[in-house]
Design a protein around this ligand. Structure first.
Ligand SMILES: Cc1cc2nc3c(=O)[nH]c(=O)nc-3n(C[C@H](O)[C@H](O)[C@H](O)COP(=O)(O)OP(=O)(O)OC[C@H]3O[C@@H](n4cnc5c(N)ncnc54)[C@H](O)[C@@H]3O)c2cc1C
Length: 437
């Protein structure tokens, strides 16, 4: 496979347009309507946002995450990543471009596994940006480890009846439907015993117990992450997404692309923090110059740039690999690796930017605190860092075989003996040579 770091000029033009459009038209919404992004559009907000969405559509940039076979643009992961890098700067931008998580992943699995009827009922309005969706998987006692899940769905005539608890189901309060993962066969293992259901949020028995907010948000029950009790929730058999027992496979489909998009949006956030760091460094005067003259501040800039560039290239490499092969499983360890890097790089860059801004950095007059707080969130969403780090280690180790005998394959005396044996005919030439490489 060849290597190519260039962007086609036609697509670069689109990226330039997106960049300017997001800065000029969309970022002001983050200031004026913060926290409203995942609410269905009403009144004045619809009057403002609908024309912005139309401009995106007119440019062929709406809902670019789906491939052409699924009714999308088919730009592929590299182009999508470059777009997400820009969209990550703003809370509203993914909404205006129809690429917000978790709806992107949810749309993807309905497109892959849904029946025609399910696509018409759920996918189409989701792609039109008219409704929101929720992915309800994590449980309060079991985190995101399906082996510890307790939510069940039992067959009752033509229906399924769902019972159990789900935790941190994002956007449940504004979503039109929930995708619920439940045990349908407790006799078999989690890989075959769980199924996914499409459940309208207003189905009797869907009880949102609390809408949990994130740290820093006020405690007014206005949070976006629901603790849900599914209490005898009865849905018809047509609510099953994919086949019975397919939940695990569906969940894997959902997360591959999603993690790449999250990572690239985070690149955009970290770049924003680095831009602020640099601007402050060249602006803030000290008694003998500006902050940028200080070695430690230059080190902050250098370390941030180096970490961010490595991370960005790694994410783009993973995206490129997926485009080349279409095989998410082949780059599983690299997707896990960028998932590990995502909180780390954002934390490091945002932390340095805060430090260089002094008191202003920790104040609520800069967006730095908000960016910094995304870092620990990124270390948890779609599974904790430790789990992904384990995946990386496990997958990499699969490439290696144990040596026979006591010494490692690179053990120098053993290799030297083998080398001497191989070139015994020329012994006088290397008699006094001892290599250590
Ligand atoms: C902002 C946000 C939005 C979310 N949205 C959704 C959503 O829409 N739908 C949904 O279903 N879930 C959602 N989640 C839940 C998310 O997937 C879980 O928080 C995550 O999988 C971890 O589960 P937990 O919080 O129960 O932590 P736990 O599973 O209790 O883990 C806590 C800590 O224990 C350690 N740990 C756990 N397991 C292991 C392991 N195997 N190896 C080593 N260490 C381990 C890690 O340090 C980990 O951080 C969201 C979470 C956040 C923060």
């Amino acid at each position: 496979m060849g290597w190519d770091f260039s962007t086609e000029p036609e697509f670069q033009e689109k990226l330039d347009w997106i960049d300017e459009f997001v800065r000029e038209e969309v970022e002001p919404l983050d200031l004026l309507f913060s926290g409203k992004a995942f609410h269905p559009l009403e009144g004045t907000l619809r009057t403002i946002v609908d024309p912005l969405k139309q401009q995106v559509r007119d440019r062929g940039l709406w809902a670019c995450h789906l491939g052409p076979e699924l009714g999308g643009q088919g730009y592929g992961q590299v182009k999508l990543s470059l777009m997400n890098e820009i969209l990550g700067r703003s809370q509203w931008a993914p909404i205006v471009f129809g690429t917000q998580a978790p709806d992107t992943g949810n749309a993807e699995i309905i497109a892959h596994y849904g029946t025609d009827e399910q696509k018409a009922r759920y996918l189409q309005p989701l792609l039109n940006g008219e409704i929101f969706s929720c992915y309800s998987m994590t449980e309060p006692q079991g985190g995101s480890d399906p082996a510890l899940f307790g939510t069940t769905a039992r067959r009752d005539g033509e229906d399924w009846v769902i019972n159990g608890w789900k935790f941190f189901s994002s956007n449940a309060r504004t979503a039109a439907f929930l995708i619920v993962m439940a045990i349908t066969d407790s006799e078999t293992d989690v890989y075959r015993g769980m199924s996914m259901f499409l459940v309208p949020t207003d189905t009797p028995g869907v009880e949102i117990v609390r809408n949990i907010g994130l740290m820093g948000e006020d405690r007014t029950e206005e949070g976006m992450h629901a603790l849900i009790h599914y209490n005898d929730v009865r849905v018809p058999t047509e609510s099953l997404l994919g086949g019975e027992g397919q939940a695990f496979v569906i969940a894997q489909t959902r997360l591959g692309g999603g993690r790449v998009h999250h990572a690239m949006r985070t690149v955009g956030m970290a770049q924003r923090a680095l831009d602020m760091l640099c601007e402050r460094a060249v602006s803030r005067k000290t008694r003998d110059g500006v902050l940028a003259d200080k070695q430690s501040v230059r080190d902050y800039v250098a370390d941030s740039y180096i970490e961010l560039t490595q991370f960005r290239l790694f994410v783009l490499y993973v995206a490129w690999h997926i485009d080349q092969t279409g095989d998410y499983r082949a780059v599983r360890h690299d997707i896990a690796a960028i998932k590990v890097l995502t909180p780390q790089v954002l934390h490091n860059v945002a932390q340095r930017a805060i430090q260089v801004h002094g008191a202003l950095g920790v104040s609520n007059e800069m967006p730095l605190g908000g960016l910094w707080m995304v870092a620990p969130i990124m270390g948890l969403v779609d599974g904790p860092t430790e789990v992904h780090r384990t995946t990386v280690g496990r997958q990499i180790l699969k490439r290696y075989q144990p040596v026979e005998g006591l010494w490692p394959s690179q053990h120098l005396p053993t290799r030297l003996a083998a080398a001497k044996k191989k070139y015994a005919a020329f012994a006088e030439a290397f008699e006094n040579e001892v290599g250590n490489w």
